[in-house]
Each structure stands twice: as C-alpha cells, then as structure tokens.
Design a protein around this ligand. Structure first.
Ligand code: SAH
Ligand code: DHB
Ligand code: MG
Length: 219
C-alpha cells in the first residue's frame, strides 16, 4: 500500500460518503492560502468527530488545538442550537485564520477561540456545565496533561478523543527522545492503568499518512 493509493481512496470516500459542505472545503483552502501547515484532520476524520458528537447528543465541546478551525467546524455543525465549542490555540496567526473561517461558516456565536498555551488557558475553561466531548489535537508532548484536564472536565458518558497517537509507528520506539513520541507513550502508560474510561485506539491510513486516534468513553 502506498501513500498515493491511500490519498486516492480518501478522496473517493470523501466524494461518495463524507460529502462535506462547501464551507468546510473553503476553510481548508483559506488555511492553505494563509500558509498554515496542512495538518487538519482529513474530511472522513472530521465526519467521524461530527458523528460521534451527534451520537452522544453533545452540546458542549472543548478542543485543544484549533489551527484553522476545520475540525472545530465539523464538531460545531453537530450540535443543537444551544450548543457551544471552546477551542484553544497557541498561535495568534492560526487564531486569525480560524476566526475568519468560523465567521464564514456562521459559527462566530457558537465557537469561542481562546489564544495562548493550552496548559495555561485550560485553567480558565469553565467546569460547569461539564463537556460532552473533548478533542485533543495540539502539541503531542503534552497529551498526558491534556488528558488529565479532559478527565476532570468531561461528564460521564462523554468522550475524549486524541489525535495523532501512532505517527507512522513511532509510538513503538521505546528508545525515542522525540518529545511528541514520549508524550504519546506516556499517554498510553496512563491509559493502561486508567479505570475511569473505556478506550480503544484505531490505526488509520489515508491522506494524512499512517496515524491513529484514541477514543475514550468516561465510565
Ligand atoms: N484540530 C485541527 C488541527 C490542529 S493542528 C484540525 O484538525 O483542523 C495543532 C494546533 O495546535 C496548531 O494550530 C498549533 O499551533 C496548536 N498548538 C501547538 N501547541 C499548542 C499549545 N501548547 N497550546 C495550544 N495550542 C497549541
Ligand atoms: C501534526 C499535528 C497534528 O495535529 C496532526 O494531525 C499531524 C501533524 C504535527 O504537529 O506535526
Ligand atoms: Mg491532529
């Protein structure tokens, strides 16, 4: 299997099954024009976030790592009228693009972008009502700390979803000194002993290469 084939299949799936609204494609185009890294979730992964949010009847969503708000828009579109998203972004230039994309998507009143290092802005995130879904997709070295926060902030029956937990298999490298790999490995050590969630990790291939996503349900 090759990257070329994975990307072609992702495109085929996107056209036939995912069928994203034009505003979603528009937000990716705006991100590219602004020179942002092309590390948004793939369309079929965005749709998975949307479906999971709908399946649990999510109203309040927290995202750590906004970039251009592509995943944010997918999740926001899954919520009922009174639903809200708080999304945390370190880079002010990314937040500018995100806010423009949210404006174009008509979601300015639904999504709040908070700028700063997430380990700092998380202290200011309201604890009530608890979140129904937390999507962790910022710097990988701090995934364990973000997961701890998410455990505190999410209701029973809610979901914590963590992106980029396989990274082309780098997760297996016990001798790695890469901060991202160490973060993911520390996260998996946490999960091994964690009684508060039921979790699985699915490896993925597609337009974003070989990676994986962890889904944890709060018991
Ligand atoms: N969730 C987005 C992609 C996020 S990419 C999507 O799928 O559409 C990761 C983002 O996390 C980048 O914009 C990066 O600037 C941001 N980030 C990196 N370190 C961070 C930190 N310490 N706090 C908050 N955001 C951070
Ligand atoms: C990176 C971050 C992501 O969230 C992602 O999906 C892919 C890559 C990165 O920082 O390299
Ligand atoms: Mg990601």
């Amino acid at each position: 299997m090759s990257q070329e084939l994975w990307s072609a299949i992702d495109q085929y799936i996107t056209e036939h099954v995912v069928r994203p609204e034009p505003v979603l494609d528009g937000s990716l185009a705006a991100a590219e024009r602004a020179g942002l890294p092309q590390i948004s979730v793939a369309p079929n992964q965005g749709k998975l976030l949307y479906l999971l949010a709908r399946m649990i009847g999510a109203r309040n969503v927290l995202e750590i790592g906004t970039l251009a708000a592509y995943s944010t828009i997918w999740m926001a579109r899954a919520l009922p009228a009174e639903g809200r998203v708080i999304t945390l972004e370190f880079d002010p230039a990314h937040a500018v693009v995100a806010r423009e994309n949210l404006e174009r998507a008509g979601l300015n009143g639904v999504v709040e972008v908070r700028v700063g290092p997430a380990l700092e802005t998380l202290s200011g995130v309201p604890r009530t009502p608890p979140f129904d879904l937390v999507f962790i997709d910022a710097d990988k070295k701090s995934i364990p700390e973000y997961f701890e926060w998410a455990l505190r902030l999410t209701r029973r029956g809610g979901l914590i979803i963590v992106d980029n937990v396989v990274r082309e298999g780098a997760v297996l490298d016990a001798g790695s000194e890469d901060a991202s790999v160490l973060g993911v490995r520390r996260f998996n050590e946490m999960l091994r002993g964690e009684q508060r969630v039921s979790a699985t990790t699915i490896q993925t291939v597609g337009s974003k290469g070989h990676d994986g996503i962890t889904i944890a349900l709060i018991d």
